[in-house]
Every structure is written in structure tokens, then in C-alpha cells.
Write a protein that binds this ligand. Structure first.
Ligand code: A3D
Length: 311
């Protein structure tokens, strides 16, 4: 088995961080692509020059040409504009649908067998866009959101409780946005229910902070949105696919009847391996959780309708 090949499209804040983390973990050779001339080449060269110090044999190459991405195993799409203060993720739709459509069409042509992980926002609608434009089987397209949302939730909870972040497991369902559905019932600390450690009221406050986790960072940065945690989350998904680890992670996956939905991508727990989304895991929801999930799905469907009108 030769080295794996990873393409990262968009070499801005998220894309460059994805490449840096993937290189540091020696996941494979990396092609960093952007429309800006020189920038991906410069960042790629810089990252490659870090490899002797990191002790990894990873080739990182920047380019403006899709030919260089040929035969990729995983393509991570981070191209597009990011939020600024006062903007919602949905405000990005008209611009990013054009960008993601172009990227999906070109990248899939050179790597017809790849798995594509979408990061561009509004997330669920961009996964749908990439699916439409790539012609990929829907199991080979997925979106990153739930891993980030749960990572934020886990960070906040770990500090609150005074326990390692590693021992907190959490689950978020639904679209990536204000309607996300954190399932506190499925939140455990070292296998013990979270309610053993924290009051309902405090938990609700942390859920709310998680929901607004993206905006909290946008308001601090002012010129853009979060990128370290989003990049680390994307790399965790790519790693499970490239190494066939079968991680069970919350991702935006295609629903074909699961959760009573068909033909859309939305956040659900799924097993990730060499074939991409290998299985969507269904769990029973309480009436209020189902209601929140349905509301989230409706929001995603509204955006998908806008995408259909633009494609
Ligand atoms: P930024 O640092 O601006 O980088 C985006 C890059 O995309 C820039 O370098 C652009 O030149 C490049 N680009 C634009 N058009 C094209 C194109 N047609 N082909 C190739 N490259 C292109 O933004 P960022 O890295 O901070 O964010 C990138 C995207 O990820 C945005 O849409 C964010 O909203 C999104 N994002 C999503 C999450 C999720 O959790 C889903 C988290 C963080 C960021």
C-alpha cells in the first residue's frame, strides 16, 4: 500500500490548518489548492520544510492546478468566504454555492474515486451542492460540523467538571447552525451520565454557549471565523477514512430513509471508513428531541431549495 493522497481545496485559514495537522500526523502526501497565485505554493513549501523537524515523511505541495490533485483518496473542501461579525452562515450561501459547485466539479473529475469532506458554509447546503456537482455516490460525500460542535461542547464541559477532554463523549444532531440539536442524554463522562456531574441549569448554559460557539470566535476575531478546531475536526474525519478506523462520529451524511428523511445531508452519527460513510446510526429520539431535529431539517431543506434555484 503506497502513501495516501489528500487534497485540500482552499488554502486559507481552515485549509492551511487542515494541511498542517494532516502533515503532522503523517496521514499522506498533501496537495494544497487555491485560486490565489503563489499563496498555496508558499504555504505548501513552508509546511514541507517543517517535516524534518516534525519527523514525518509528508510531501506538501501547493498549486493552482487541479491536475496536481489527480488520484486523491480524500478531498477536503474549505474554499469559500467565511463569516464576519453580524453575518449568519446562511448569508454565505449565494457566494459559496458558486465556489463549491466549481470545486466539486473540477476536483471530482481528477479523483473520481475519492471521498469528499466539505467544510464550506452553510455546511449542509454545501454538502448537497458538492454532491450534485461531483456525481459521487452520496456515501462518498460528507460534511464536517458535528465533530466541531461536540469538540466545543466537550472542551467547555471538561473545564467545568475538571476532567480530561478525552473522557467526555457527546453527540449533536441536525444542521450546522443555530438549530443544531445537542443530545445531552447521550453525553457521558468516562461512561457516567453527565447529569452526575453538573446541574441541568448549568448544562443548559453550556449547550447555549456551544450553539453560539462559532459566533463567539467570529466576534473576537472580527475578520473571519474559527479555524484551528474546525481543521482538527476535519482531519479527524479524514483519518478515520484513510486508515479505515470506523470511527463513529457526528457528520453531515446523506439520509436515505434514516430518521424519516430522504435526499438531504444533515448531521447524524455515522461510521467512517475507507468507503466513506459506511453506516448511518439511527437512535430513538424523545418527542422534544424529534421536534428539534425536524426543525433543524426544515432549516436545511430551506437552504437546499435556494441551492437548487442557483445551480
Ligand atoms: P478563508 O481563510 O477566507 O479561506 C478560504 C479560501 O478559499 C481563500 O484562500 C480563497 O482564496 C479560497 N477560494 C475562494 N474561491 C475558491 C475557488 N473557487 N477555488 C479554490 N479556492 C477558493 O476562510 P476560512 O478558511 O476561514 O473558511 C473557509 C470556509 O469554511 C468558509 O466558508 C467558512 O464558513 C467555513 N467553515 C466552516 C466550519 C464548519 O464548522 C462547517 C468551520 C469553520 C469554517
Amino acid at each position: 500500500m503506497g502513501k495516501k493522497k489528500i487534497t485540500v481545496v482552499g488554502s486559507g485559514n481552515v485549509g492551511a490548518s487542515v494541511a498542517a495537522y494532516a502533515s503532522a500526523q503523517e496521514l499522506g502526501d498533501i496537495v494544497l489548492l487555491d485560486v490565489i497565485e503563489g499563496m498555496p505554493q508558499g504555504k505548501g513549501l513552508d509546511m514541507w520544510e517543517a517535516t524534518p523537524v516534525l519527523g514525518v515523511d509528508t510531501r506538501v505541495l501547493g498549486t493552482n492546478q487541479y491536475e496536481m490533485t489527480e488520484g486523491s483518496d480524500v478531498i477536503i473542501v474549505t474554499a469559500g468566504i467565511a463569516r464576519k461579525p453580524g453575518m449568519s452562515r446562511d448569508d454565505l450561501l449565494a457566494t459559496n454555492v458558486r465556489i463549491v459547485a466549481e470545486v466539486a466539479e473540477k476536483a471530482s473529475k481528477f479523483s473520481p474515486d475519492a471521498i469528499m469532506i466539505i467544510v464550506s458554509n452553510p455546511l449542509d447546503a454545501m454538502v448537497y451542492t458538492a454532491w450534485k456537482k461531483s456525481g459521487y455516490d452520496p456515501a462518498r460525500i460528507l460534511g464536517m460540523a458535528g465533530v466541531l460542535d461536540t469538540a466545543r461542547f466537550r472542551s467547555f464541559l471538561a473545564e467545568e467538571i475538571g476532567v480530561s477532554v478525552e473522557d467526555i463523549h457527546a453527540l449533536v444532531l441536525g444542521g450546522h447552525g443555530d438549530t443544531m440539536v445537542p443530545l445531552t442524554r447521550y453525553c457521558f463522562v468516562g461512561g457516567i451520565p453527565i447529569t452526575n456531574f453538573i446541574s441541568e441549569g448549568r448544562l443548559a448554559e453550556i449547550v447555549q454557549r456551544t450553539r453560539q460557539g462559532g459566533a463567539e470566535i467570529v466576534n473576537l476575531l472580527k475578520t473571519g471565523s474559527a479555524f484551528y478546531a474546525p481543521a482538527a475536526s476535519s482531519v479527524e474525519m479524514a483519518k478515520s477514512i484513510l486508515r479505515d478506523k470506523k470511527r463513529l462520529l457526528p457528520v453531515a451524511a446523506y439520509l436515505n430513509g434514516e430518521y424519516g428523511e430522504k435526499g438531504i445531508f444533515v448531521g447524524v452519527p455515522a461510521i467512517l471508513g475507507t468507503s466513506g460513510v459506511e453506516k448511518v446510526i439511527e437512535i430513538e429520539l424523545l418527542p422534544e428531541e424529534q421536534e428539534a431535529f425536524d426543525k433543524s431539517v426544515e432549516a436545511v431543506k430551506g437552504l437546499v431549495k435556494e441551492v437548487d434555484a442557483l445551480l
